[in-house]
Design a protein around this ligand. Structure first.
Ligand SMILES: [Zn+2]
Length: 385
């Protein structure tokens, strides 16, 4: 088994080693600084004697370096060179993930991690359920303060019966009985079982920023984050987009969320109003402007207009409705506002009283006339004639 340099020194990017075996593109060394990936972090890439290392992975306990077109042979001494910029970004990302989850968990103790991905282009942690942007904001405040405080990131080995294991975020079922438990601590704010590669001090992260959260299906919600310069660029870009939106909405940054909610509400009201006008127009076109019509809400069990096909009842010429439909002119009219359902209980009660009055009048009328001349009308594009 090779000496795994990255386990005790995450900063060694250039190293000397001996070739143990070569099998086509696959090379095994007696010592390596190439991280084979793990804990959600992707593997390192780099060079061995100038040949590109495109993939590194475990095969059992051996670390296999994939070096296409190499001319290496067993016994040869080589120079290995890890792509440092990429590795440091992954180390920062991995430490950032610990810090981010610790900070999110303070905001929502019910939060658990489903999956982690730390790659050069994307970094995210999938958590079991959604968390509000307000809480993410508070978590980032905490995490970035921890970065400014430059807390030490330390690695210790614990045994299974260590009482301190209680404060460690750990999934014991994933650790073999005889395996030692490596715990990574960030100051005294977070303890997590992890055998990945991390930076040594939080200030190395520079900045931590969450720029996206998306559904991850049954796994939960993926919270995408960035560290270092990428975090700064992303924060500036999004702040600028937000300011453009603020200007477009003629609002203030602190009011923009409420402004957009109001706009959405107004749009919904306008859409409803436009629907009502379309119905009015259908009635006018088919039966003429002077005929009275009402929209009917059938009993729940008789409801057939599941696809928004509605029932329009049109009455005989010169028919006088036994109840009011004009909100101002007709005293008996109760208006149920589409946009304000909070008074619906009161309105339902009033409408009940109103309908009992209507029933009395209907009973009186029923003797000499058939009241309703029912017509069912669908949407204009599927108009039944
Ligand atoms: Zn870790």
């Amino acid at each position: 088994m090779a000496d795994e340099v990255f386990r005790h020194d995450g900063y060694m990017a250039v190293f000397e080693a001996g070739v143990v075996s070569v099998n086509g593109d696959e090379v095994i060394l007696d010592c390596t600084a190439f991280y084979p990936g793990g804990g959600g972090q992707v593997c390192d890439t780099g060079k061995i004697n100038g040949f590109r290392v495109t993939d590194v992975h475990y095969n059992g306990k051996e670390i296999v370096h994939v070096v296409p077109g190499n001319d290496l042979r067993p016994g040869l001494r080589i120079w290995g060179e890890v792509d440092w910029e990429r590795r440091f970004d992954l180390m920062m990302g991995h430490t950032g993930e610990h810090l981010l989850f610790c900070a999110l968990h303070r905001q929502d103790p019910e939060l658990t991690i489903t999956k982690i991905y730390i790659g050069p282009d994307e970094k995210y942690v999938i958590v079991n359920h959604d968390i509000s942007w307000e809480k993410i904001g508070a978590a980032l405040e905490f995490a970035n303060q921890a970065i400014r405080d430059n807390l030490p990131v330390r690695k210790t080995v614990m045994s299974r019966d260590d009482p301190d294991l209680e404060k460690v975020r750990i999934k014991l079922d994933r650790i073999e009985e005889d395996e030692e438990i490596t715990v990574v601590s960030i100051g005294d704010i977070d303890y997590s079982a992890c055998s990945g590669i991390h930076v040594m001090e939080t200030s190395e992260l520079g900045m931590l920023f969450v720029d996206r959260k998306v559904s991850a299906g049954k796994d939960g919600i993926a919270i995408h984050f960035k560290v270092g310069n990428a975090a700064q660029s992303s924060a500036m870009r999004l702040a600028n987009i937000c300011l453009q939106a603020v200007e477009e909405a003629n609002s203030k940054p602190e009011d923009i969320v409420r402004s957009i909610a109001n706009m959405k509400h107004d749009l919904a009201v306008a859409a409803e109003a436009s629907k009502a006008m379309v119905k009015q127009q259908i009635k006018n076109e088919i039966f003429g402007e002077k005929r009275l019509a009402i929209e009917v809400f059938p009993k729940q069990k008789n409801l057939v207009d599941v696809q928004d096909v509605y029932h329009l009842w049109v009455f005989p010429k010169d028919f006088d409705l036994p109840f009011g439909i004009h909100p101002i002119r007709d005293k008996q009219c109760k208006v149920i506002s589409r946009g304000c359902p909070k008074d619906v209980g009161y309105l339902i009660e009033n409408t009940r009283q109103m309908s009992s009055t209507v029933s009395d009048r209907e009973r009186r009328n029923q003797a000499d006339t058939e009241v309703f001349d029912g017509q069912r009308v669908s949407h204009p594009q599927e108009k039944e004639t």
